[in-house]
Design a protein around this ligand. Structure first.
Ligand SMILES: NC(=O)C1=CN([C@@H]2O[C@H](COP(=O)(O)OP(=O)(O)OC[C@H]3O[C@@H](n4cnc5c(N)ncnc54)[C@H](O)[C@@H]3O)[C@@H](O)[C@H]2O)[C@H](O)CC1
Ligand code: K
Length: 500
C-alpha cells in the first residue's frame, strides 16, 4: 500500500530527499521535469504541434521552464510565457530561467493580462501554480485561467491543474485550469481520486521523481492507495490437502420475487471467489432460478420472506445481507433476525444499508468488524447529506471508528475506511463497470474472502481491488464499452489466479 501525501508532506519529502541524497533542490526539479517530459512525449509524440508553456514564478513555474528546455532539446517548437504577477520568484525558478536563456530559448513575460498576446499554440502546458496554492484564484490569475480555458486547446498540467487544491474541501465556485492530462509527481494528489476533480481533470498520470520512498512510507497519514503487491501479499495460496471445508461456508441473504438477479449475482460471485460452500437464503419463488443458474449453491428458502426459525446460523462463517432484499416490514424482520442471530462480521449492502438508515436503532446491533458497502446515495442516507467529497472522507473515517466497522464507499476509486482510521483508495476499475449488479458481485466477493478466514479488512481490500482489476482486464482485452456483472463474475477465478 502506498501512502498518499498532502502538499505539506510532499514538501517535507522533497526536503528530506535533497538532504539525504546531498543534492541541490534544482537537481530534484530537473528530475521532475525529465519525468514529466518523458510522459509528455509518450502522450504527444507529434513534434509538429506547437507548444506554449505558461509559467508562474514559483517552483511549479520552475518546473515549466525546465520542461520547456527539455522539450525544445527533444525537437518540439516551444514558446515560454511567464506570468510576473508578483515581484517574488523562487530560487530554482531563477536558476532555470538562467538555463533557459543560456540555451537561447525565447520567452515572453507579462505583468498584467492586458500585455498578453494572442495564443496560437496547439498544446498549452500549465505550469502556473502547483501545490503551493494558498487561496482560490482571483484578480489577474483568475482572468488568465479563464482565458486559457476559453481557448479550447489541449492543456497538460504540471503536477496539478492551476487553482486546484491537492487536498481539502473543494468549492464548486473555485476556478481552475481544465486539463486534458495532468502529469503529477510521485503520488496522485488525494483530491484527484474524488469525483469533485472531474470538472478539471480528464485524465492523470503519476511519474516517479525519486523522492525518498522510505521517508514517504514512514509518514503518519490516514491516506493510502492499494497496489498490486499489497494484494498479492495478502492472498493465501491453497494448500495441497485443502478441501471444501477449508474454505468456509457463506450465507447470502438476498433477493426478492422481482429481484432474484441480485441474489444470483451475489451468490455466484461468492462461489467463484473460492468459498467452500455457498448457501443462498432466497424467497421460495426463486428456487428454480437458483438451481438452474448456480447448481453448486445450496438454498435456504424464505417462505413469505421469513427466515426459517430453525436456521443453523452457527454453521456459517460469514453472511452477506441486502442485495435485492427490499425494504418492506418483512425485509426489516429478516435483517433484525440476522442481527440477533449472527455475531460474526456481516457484509451489509444495498437494502440492508437502506434499512439501517431508516432504523438507526438497528445500527447498534451491527457486529464488530462488519463491512458496509454503500454507494454515495446510500452513504448519505446512512450518515447524512454532504456537500462535497472531502466531507465524506471525514465522515467515513469517523464512522468506521465509531461503529468499529469497515466502510467501503463505492465509486470510480472506491474508498475503504477502517476502524483504525485509515482511508484507503482503490485504484482499479473502469467506467465500463458502471452497470447494475456490480455491487452485488462485490458483496459476494467480500463475503467469500471473509468465509475463507481472511481478516475483514483484508477481505475488503482483496475484493475491491480484484473486482476492479477483473473489470479493467475484461474491458481492455475485448475493448468493451461496458462490462456486465454477469461477465465479470465469471472472470473472478482467473483474476485472483493472476494476482497470486
Ligand atoms: N516535492 C515535490 O513534489 C516537488 C515539487 N516541485 C514543484 O513545486 C511545486 C510547488 O511549488 P511552490 O513553489 O511551493 O508553489 P507554486 O509554484 O505552486 O506557487 C508559487 C507561489 O504562488 C503563490 N500563490 C499561491 N496561491 C496563490 C494564489 N491563489 N494567487 C496568487 N498567488 C498564489 C504562493 O506564494 C506560492 O508560493 C509543485 O507543484 C511541483 O510542481 C518541484 O519542482 C519538484 C519536487
Ligand atoms: K500547474
Amino acid at each position: 500500500m502506498l501512502n498518499l501525501l498532502t502538499s505539506d508532506q510532499s514538501r517535507q519529502a522533497d526536503k528530506y530527499t535533497i538532504q539525504h541524497l546531498s543534492m541541490q533542490s534544482i537537481d530534484l526539479m530537473e528530475r521532475a521535469a525529465l519525468a514529466f517530459s518523458e510522459a509528455f512525449i509518450k502522450n504527444y509524440p507529434d513534434k509538429m504541434r506547437s507548444i506554449a508553456v505558461y509559467c508562474g514564478t514559483g517552483n511549479n513555474g520552475g518546473d515549466g521552464l525546465a520542461i520547456a528546455r527539455l522539450l525544445y532539446r527533444a525537437g518540439y517548437r516551444v514558446d515560454v510565457k511567464i506570468a510576473r504577477f508578483s515581484g517574488k520568484s523562487s530560487s530554482d525558478f531563477d536558476g532555470n530561467l538562467a538555463r533557459l536563456m543560456s540555451q537561447g530559448i525565447i520567452f515572453d513575460e507579462f505583468r498584467k493580462i492586458a500585455d498578453l498576446r494572442e495564443e496560437q499554440a496547439s498544446i498549452i502546458i500549465d505550469a502556473l501554480l502547483g501545490t503551493g496554492l494558498n487561496k482560490p484564484l482571483d484578480g489577474e490569475w483568475l482572468t488568465l485561467v479563464e482565458w486559457l480555458n476559453s481557448l479550447g486547446r489541449t492543456v497538460v498540467s504540471v503536477d496539478i491543474p492551476t487553482g486546484f487544491k491537492a487536498e481539502g474541501p473543494i468549492s464548486k465556485h473555485d476556478v481552475t485550469v481544465k486539463s486534458e492530462l495532468t502529469i503529477s509527481f510521485q503520488r496522485p494528489k488525494i483530491n484527484f481520486l474524488l469525483p469533485d476533480s472531474a470538472l478539471c481533470i480528464k485524465r492523470f498520470e503519476v511519474v516517479d521523481i525519486g523522492l525518498d520512498e522510505g521517508f514517504i512510507q514512514a509518514l503518519s497519514t490516514p491516506y493510502a492507495i492499494l497496489t498490486d503487491s499489497s494484494i498479492t501479499r495478502r492472498l493465501k495460496k491453497r494448500k495441497p490437502f485443502s478441501h471444501k471445508g477449508t474454505f468456509g461456508h457463506a450465507l447470502i441473504v438476498a433477493g426478492g420475487i422481482q429481484t432474484m438477479g441480485a441474489a444470483l449475482l451475489c451468490a455466484e460471485a461468492c462461489l467463484n471467489t473460492g468459498t467452500g460452500l455457498t448457501t443462498a437464503s432466497i424467497p421460495s419463488e426463486g428456487l428454480t432460478a437458483l438451481n438452474i443458474r448456480i447448481p453448486e449453491a445450496m438454498a435456504s428458502l424464505r417462505y413469505k420472506n421469513v427466515i426459517p426459525a430453525d436456521l443453523a446460523w452457527e454453521k456459517y462463517n460469514a453472511i452477506a445481507i441486502g442485495p435485492g432484499l427490499g425494504v418492506s416490514d418483512e425485509s426489516k424482520l429478516v435483517l433484525k433476525q440476522t442481527l440477533n442471530s449472527f455475531r460474526k462480521p456481516i457484509v451489509f449492502d444495498a437494502d440492508a444499508i437502506n434499512l439501517l438508515a431508516s432504523n438507526p436503532d438497528l445500527v447498534n446491533l451491527v457486529p464488530k468488524l462488519s463491512v458496509l458497502t454503500p454507494h454515495v446515495k446510500e452513504f448519505d442516507r446512512l450518515f447524512g447529506e454532504h456537500s462535497n467529497w472531502w466531507e465524506r472522507l471525514e465522515t467515513g473515517m469517523n464512522k468506521a471508528k465509531e461503529l468499529d466497522c469497515i466502510i467501503i464507499l463505492k465509486n470510480r476509486y472506491s474508498i475503504l475506511f477502517t476502524p483504525e482510521g485509515k482511508c484507503v483508495f482503490n485504484p482499479t476499475g473502469t467506467p465500463a463497470m458502471s452497470s447494475g449488479g456490480m455491487g452485488d458481485v462485490l458483496t459476494g466477493m467480500i463475503t467469500s474472502f471473509l468465509a475463507q478466514g481472511y481478516k475483514p479488512e483484508d477481505a475488503a481490500y482483496l475484493a475491491v481491488f480484484i473486482h476492479g482489476k477483473a473489470g479493467q482486464e475484461l474491458s481492455s482485452q475485448n475493448r468493451a464499452y461496458v462490462v456486465t456483472a454477469g461477465s465479470l463474475l465469471k472472470d473472478i477465478p482467473q483474476a485472483i489466479g493472476k494476482m497470486i
